[in-house]
Design a protein around this ligand. Structure first.
Ligand code: IPE
Ligand code: IPE
Ligand code: MG
Length: 228
């Protein structure tokens, strides 16, 4: 059991990558990889208590993922619908505060409605699970800078107040699965001083034990924030 201390990561962000390759390796349809990816999310969210993680931000659908074939986009949207339907009660029972980051109001009206209901029902949760949906960090920063300018000053603090994540601590630890070493337009501002961990595990194979190993690795890092 790891202890919650100063070296604990309060905010962990994950780029959940590799569903397609997971399916391909098994000669299964991509949709099956995404389905197993959702199961990995469910198991991970259940395991959060006791880890010291106050906020887990999950990259589920990027603003660039619209470039994928229509059928895959529609599979992903249906998985989202099913996930909310099947897991919302459990989120409420387990004290999860759901948060959505990204331009989620541009999604299909029925999904927007389901998400609004889910946000309302989980509003009093004690730990946050933030899901990035139709999210692009450059778009987020541009919009925040526009809003800051409209108020009269473009400072880092003013921009920060207009980010989707304004109410969250900065990202302490970023994990990307599947061996890709890039950020793919995720939380660029929020990760200014994040520690990063890139693992080869494909997302559907990522377990709470992998998360614990990542947290243990994080605890050994020396963070300097520019000081010495
Ligand atoms: C991540 O898995 C899920 C989403 C981006 C929605 P991918 O679908 O990107 O899987 P790979 O990278 O093709 O293996
Ligand atoms: C990033 O994965 C987005 C999500 C995990 C939702 P991608 O698979 O879309 O990223 P690239 O295209 O390989 O950079
Ligand atoms: Mg990918």
């Amino acid at each position: 059991m790891s202890q919650v201390s100063e070296t604990s990561a309060r905010h962990v962000a994950i780029i959940m990558d590799g569903n397609g390759r997971w399916a391909k390796r098994r000669a299964l349809p991509r949709a099956m990889g995404h389905k197993r990816g959702v199961e990995a999310v469910r198991t991970l969210v259940r395991s959060l208590q006791g880890t010291g993680v106050e906020c887990l931000t999950l990259y589920a659908f990027s603003s660039e993922n619209w470039k994928r074939p229509e059928e895959e986009v529609s599979d992903l949207m249906n998985l989202m619908r099913n996930f909310i339907r099947s897991d919302l009660d459990e989120f409420v029972e387990n004290g999860v505060r759901l948060k959505i980051v990204g331009d989620w109001r541009a999604l299909a009206p029925d999904i927007v409605e389901m998400l609004e209901d889910a946000l309302e029902r989980t509003a009093n949760g004690s730990h946050t699970v933030a899901v990035a949906l139709n999210y692009g960090s450059q778009q987020e920063i541009a919009a925040a800078a526009r809003a800051a300018a409209a108020e009269g000053e473009i400072t880092p603090e003013a921009i920060e107040r207009h980010l989707f994540t304004a109410d969250l601590p900065p990202v302490d630890l970023l994990i990307r699965t599947s061996g890709e070493v890039r950020l793919s337009n995720f939380l660029l501002w929020q990760m200014a001083y994040a520690e990063m961990l890139f693992v080869d595990t494909l997302w559907p194979d990522f377990t709470p034990e992998h998360l614990q190993a990542a947290l243990d690795d994080f605890a050994t890092r020396e963070r300097r924030f520019g000081g010495r």
